[in-house]
Write a protein that binds this ligand. Structure first.
Ligand code: ADP
Length: 477
């Protein structure tokens, strides 16, 4: 049994701003199910949604701060969560990183440096827990100082650093760096220094024993200038210690037991998927038609997700015999352009602006094809949910999308491996061509059903991912 300290700045359902929160609850739970002793450490934000009992573990001083270590459990599990309580840094309600106007808190460097320092105290068994981890698993820039600071400790446990999105780096000015009073040996060009600033994410990348990211293709992509944001050289240097491990999906995304959909189904009862299509069309006031190809998209409406690629071919797409269902929110310009199309094509297009978990499930169950024309996608979830629901994804060949979808080609049809449609160019024409390919295949029901069955039988479980992390922990004993 491995003792794993999982250091993270968010964990669902306690606090969530993005996919990191999902990984930070699902992976520890899956590791715990595999018999591992895993404990989370998280800041005690004012906005944490705490249902379980919280008790005080210990109180200690760190620099000029008095820190309390609280302990609770991750909801619906036995996984312990240690909460770093330091009200002057974490007590504010709302988002953990930015204020109500979306501006980063001016003391983020100090806040997360303190969080990292407490994680070091826990990792080195200096907080009366009587527990020393065999491995410390850190996530994203907020925890990047942990591998750096731990490297200076005598008999320190090995570290794993996971990059969930390279786009967020935790860059701070030299003046802030001085205020943090970090040991000078960490501030060199081989360490935290980045063009006259300090980079928290670089601490993770430079000092962790192993680096992971959330898909094998993204692990390659971040070694290029386009995706590496200036750290591609270091990532190439650390290439032997860098691996991509695809995230799993939660058990609630399962059409056999999903209570948010009109009719449950499996690969053996695909006729019930058609009933979900009719239910969705009825719900969204689209013409009821079980034969028309229905395309779905659920996403943050931002440039990363390639929404402009869809917009640039939407006019032509809407002349084809398809329906399109969109759920999302984000960039106001994209929202406005989509609204204009939806108003002009009420019989073919449904647009729901906002966040709606229940509708997201109904769309996954009810549409035939799911669109993900992303510019970059470290892992992506919806392409995996879609496959689980027999909804064939159309994806751009990037990151986790490239790793989890098998393109429909003559060979992959014969081999019984095809699960969706892949296009390469970051261009509306390439997306439209992939949609047209899907339309052709949709006209051959036996082939379409075979693709649905292939997709539904894929293993996207957290157990699978957790076993890969465990093998990695074992490789750095
Ligand atoms: P990212 O984390 O970059 O937004 P992912 O594909 O990894 O992209 O995960 C996005 C998750 O958020 C998916 O579960 C998706 O269904 C969900 N989601 C995004 N927008 C909405 C929305 N408007 N309503 C419901 N769920 C949404």
């Amino acid at each position: 049994m491995k003792k794993i300290l999982f250091v993270t700045s968010e964990a669902h359902p306690l606090i969530k701003t993005g996919g990191l929160a999902d990984v930070s609850s699902s992976l520890p739970k899956a590791l715990s199910t595999l018999g591992q002793d895993v404990r989370l450490v998280l800041p005690n934000y004012g906005s944490l949604k705490l249902d379980n009992e919280v008790h005080l573990h210990s109180t200690f001083s760190l620099g000029s701060h008095t820190v309390k270590l609280l302990e609770t459990k991750l909801p619906d599990s036995t996984v312990p969560v240690l909460l770093v309580d330091c009200p002057e840094y974490f007590a504010m309600a709302g988002n953990p990183y930015v204020d109500a106007f979306g501006h980063s808190y001016p003391n983020n460097a100090e806040r997360f440096a303190l969080f990292c320092r407490v994680a070091i105290e826990i990792a080195m068994n200096r907080v009366e827990l009587d527990w020393k981890p065999d491995v410390v698993h850190c996530n994203d820039w907020q925890t990047g100082l942990v591998p750096a600071l731990l490297s200076l400790e005598y008999q320190c446990p090995p570290t794993v650093f996971t990059i969930h999105n390279m786009a967020y780096q935790g860059l701070f000015s030299g003046i802030t760096a001085a205020a943090l009073q970090l040991p000078s040996q960490l501030l060199s060009q081989d360490g935290l220094e980045f063009h006259g600033m300090i980079s928290f994410i670089k601490g993770g990348i430079a000092y962790a024993d192993k680096i992971t990211t959330v898909s094998p293709t993204y692990a390659q992509e971040i070694q290029t200038p386009e995706f590496g944001y200036g750290l591609e050289g270091l990532l190439i240097y650390r290439n032997d210690d860098l691996v991509g491990i695809i995230n799993g999906i939660d058990a609630e995304w399962n059409p056999e037991i999903d209570h948010l959909i009109a009719h449950t189904y499996s690969s053996y009862s695909l006729e019930n998927k058609v009933k979900n299509k009719i239910a969705l069309q009825t719900h969204l006031n689209l013409p009821k038609d079980e034969n028309v190809l229905v395309l779905g998209l659920i996403s943050r409406l931002v440039e990363q997700k390639g929404i402009d690629l869809l917009l640039d071919c939407l006019q032509e797409l809407l002349t084809l015999p398809v329906q399109i269902v969109i759920l999302g929110s984000g960039d106001k310009g994209f929202e406005h352009r989509l609204q204009q199309f939806a108003a002009a094509y009420t019989h073919k297009m449904s647009l729901t602006l906002g966040y709606n978990e229940s509708l997201a499930h109904s769309i996954e169950a009810g549409v035939d094809v799911f669109l993900m024309p992303s510019r970059f996608e470290p892992c992506g979830l919806n392409q995996m949910y879609s496959q689980r629901y027999g909804t064939l994804p159309i994806v751009r060949k990037t990151g986790g999308l490239a790793d989890t979808v098998i393109d429909t080609l003559p060979e992959s049809i014969v081999e019984g491996t095809a699960t969706g449609f892949i296009f390469n160019d970051e261009h509306a024409g390439a997306l439209l061509e992939a949609i047209k390919r899907a339309m052709l295949v949709h006209n051959i029901p036996q082939v379409w059903q075979q693709l649905q069955t292939n997709a539904m039988h894929g293993d996207f479980s957290w157990k699978n991912s957790a076993e890969q992390y465990l093998a990695l922990y074992e490789s750095i004993e």
